[in-house]
Design a protein around this ligand. Structure first.
Ligand SMILES: Cc1ncc(C[n+]2csc(CCOP(=O)(O)OP(=O)(O)O)c2C)c(N)n1
Length: 577
């Protein structure tokens, strides 16, 4: 833990505060698959001997393991980013029917503005759809306290609880007081087939119980201090939850507020009461009109925010515009172009794919950066696992034979395996490259079954990707060091020419883990004809001066020598020393 000590507490991020609060609540088990902005929750929990926690292979598995640990009798937690909940949606939906036993909280960290995500869906709707309570803290301090309440609510109502964070709460820091851990003993697990075996008749009966539970939860929502009225001037009343409450408070400190910490089921009576006392009523919320739609359905008249505010993060300065009924004026910001690191083992793969003019079905990981120019050699990216399935779909549709699917090692284990089995089963040919950098680099270098280490740093079974791919039905599996560019090109040409389903594993440790450092190539200016070819590999260590000659930043260069491979004029040559 790298938080600084303060006089009366510790400086914790929202994610660390969730973990600390869950620990203090007597948490005994936690599981997750990494994903920004959620990953630090499990990383923080890993320090506690009392908490058994794991990186699961994907979110569905994480959800099922944590839920069943709670059913078995110990307080448990699931965490993921918002899109991770999509992967866990199957067990999530039915978990409301079976209930829990010991407390179970599912933490969803949403990412408005897509700081590091492929979409910005509003996961509050999962609570509505799954019919489970929704808790939304506004700050790290609240996150720590609210998660404790979430466990109590989960046990009291025998339900999973959705705990929704957003990037700004997950990653902002606040001084938070620590409390001692409650020792919550295990609850007895009683065999109860009607409750835990969801065949149609049992599920029907459980659905009746679920509806009754929702009514009790709504009554609770009206009573709980998580939903509180703060009276100010009655001329303006604002209903808000999560971080937007703080933004609205900053912009309108004198207004009256109904702050919703327990935002599903809504406190209908409290909302009706609040709305009857204020002259103008506004709902301030980020992304979708989740509260607005439900409040309108209570028969309360509120002005809808303009659709443009459904996109991107809400900024405090947008709130007066929303209140005036205006549309969003986009604030254009210059974004830094994301780049693969110098020495990234993914770069040579994209260089070769570019050279071969391949159509590349991409996936999510550091290698998605293969799409940015000048490499521009990743042509689709939808969700985790789609590098394998899109190569199959493209192959069904396109005549061009040079179709390649690319996927990282962590992503392949998460959801690429089933796609590969599908291709093999349906006799689809093609080439899949697994970019095996021995880590989950994109989200902060987390371990996975292919690394042979657990979240707690212990050695464990090491998943053999070669054997796995053969067992899935691949005809051939080649393992190659991507720094061996010529060999990589040869093998790729060979496999593309064959009528088979082949997997090429490009294996080299992520440069951020690697001890492979420096020894930059030599630049011989006299040989350089300023063609700019070496710049096409998009390496941050190479730039051009005003006359077009190359400037090699030796501090950034890791000595991977891809630029040496690319240069046709021996202007960049290997440094023997
Ligand atoms: C369903 C889902 N879960 C988690 C994530 C977050 N995420 C993005 S890429 C990635 C994995 C990256 O690891 P790997 O495939 O090994 O590629 P690397 O970044 O190491 O190159 C993860 C976990 C996501 N985008 N979607």
């Amino acid at each position: 833990m790298d938080s600084g000590v303060e006089k009366d507490g510790w400086l914790l991020s929202g994610n660390e505060a969730v973990a600390q609060g869950a620990y203090e609540a007597g948490l005994k088990f936690a599981s997750a698959y990494p994903g920004t902005p959620s990953s630090e929750i499990l990383e923080y929990l890993a320090q506690f001997d009392e908490v058994d926690c794991q990186w699961s292979v994907n979110e569905k598995v994480a959800y099922e393991v944590a839920l069943s640990a709670a059913i078995g009798g110990i307080r448990s937690l699931y965490a993921s980013k918002h899109v991770g909940v999509n992967v866990a949606a199957d067990p999530l939906m039915t978990s409301a029917y079976v209930g829990v036993n010991a407390g179970f909280v599912a933490v969803s960290c949403d990412d408005p503005n897509m700081h590091s995500s492929q979409n910005e869906q509003d996961n509050r709707f999962y609570a509505l759809m799954a019919k489970i309570p929704l808790i939304e803290p506004s700050s790290p301090g609240e996150a720590k306290e609210f998660i404790k309440k979430a466990f109590i609510i989960s046990e009291r109502f025998d339900t999973p609880v959705l705990f929704r964070m957003t990037t700004r709460i997950s990653h902002s820091k606040e001084v938070v007081k620590f409390n001692t851990r409650r020792d919550v003993g295990p609850r007895e697990f009683k065999i109860d087939i009607k409750k835990y075996v969801m065949v149609p008749r049992n599920a029907y009966l459980r659905h009746i119980i679920l509806e009754e539970r929702l009514q009790r939860l709504e009554k609770f929502s009206n009573r709980t201090s998580l939903n509180k009225i703060e009276w100010g001037k009655k001329s303006l009343g604002i209903i808000a939850s999560g971080v937007t409450y703080l933004y609205a408070k900053e912009m309108y400190p004198d207004a009256s507020f109904l702050k919703l910490g327990f935002s599903f089921p809504l406190p209908a009576e409290k909302i009706k009461f609040f709305s009857s006392k204020v002259r103008a009523l506004f709902v301030i919320e980020e992304l979708e009109p989740f509260l607005e739609m439900q409040i309108k359905s209570l028969g309360i008249k509120i002005k809808a925010k303009h659709r443009s505010f459904r996109i991107g993060e809400l900024r405090p300065e947008y709130i007066p515009e929303i209140i005036k009924g205006k549309s969003k004026k986009e604030i254009s910001e210059k974004a830094r172009k994301p780049l693969m690191c110098p020495g990234c083992p993914h770069r040579p793969v994209f260089w070769v794919l570019k050279k071969l003019k391949a159509t590349v079905a991409g996936d999510i990981g550091c290698y998605t950066l293969g799409a940015s120019s000048p490499l521009s050699t990743l042509h689709s990216c939808l969700c985790m696992g789609s590098g394998v399935t899109f190569q199959e779909g493209f192959r069904h549709a396109l005549k061009d034979g040079k179709i390649v699917g690319v996927i990282g090692d962590s992503t392949f284990i998460h959801s690429g395996i089933t796609g590969l089995i599908n291709s093999a089963y349906n006799k689809v040919k093609g080439v899949i490259i697994i970019l095996d950098n021995r880590t989950t680099a994109m989200t902060g270098l987390q371990d996975h079954p292919g690394t042979g280490r657990t979240l707690k740093g212990d050695r464990t079974n090491h998943l053999d990707l070669e054997k796995l791919c053969l067992a899935c039905g691949a005809d051939t599996v080649d393992v190659i060091d991507p720094y061996e560019v010529k060999e990589l090109e040869n093998i790729l040409r060979k496999r593309l020419a064959e009528d088979s389903l082949s997997v090429i594993i490009t294996r080299r440790e992520c440069i951020l883990l690697s001890k492979h450092r420096n020894n930059p190539p030599k630049y011989l200016k006299e040989n350089c004809n300023r063609c700019g070819m070496c710049l096409m590999i998009d390496c941050p260590a190479l730039t051009q001066d005003e006359e077009g000659y190359i400037v090699l930043n030796e501090n950034l260069c890791t000595g991977c020598n891809l630029c040496v491979e690319v240069c046709k004029f021996q202007a960049l040559i290997k440094n023997a020393g």
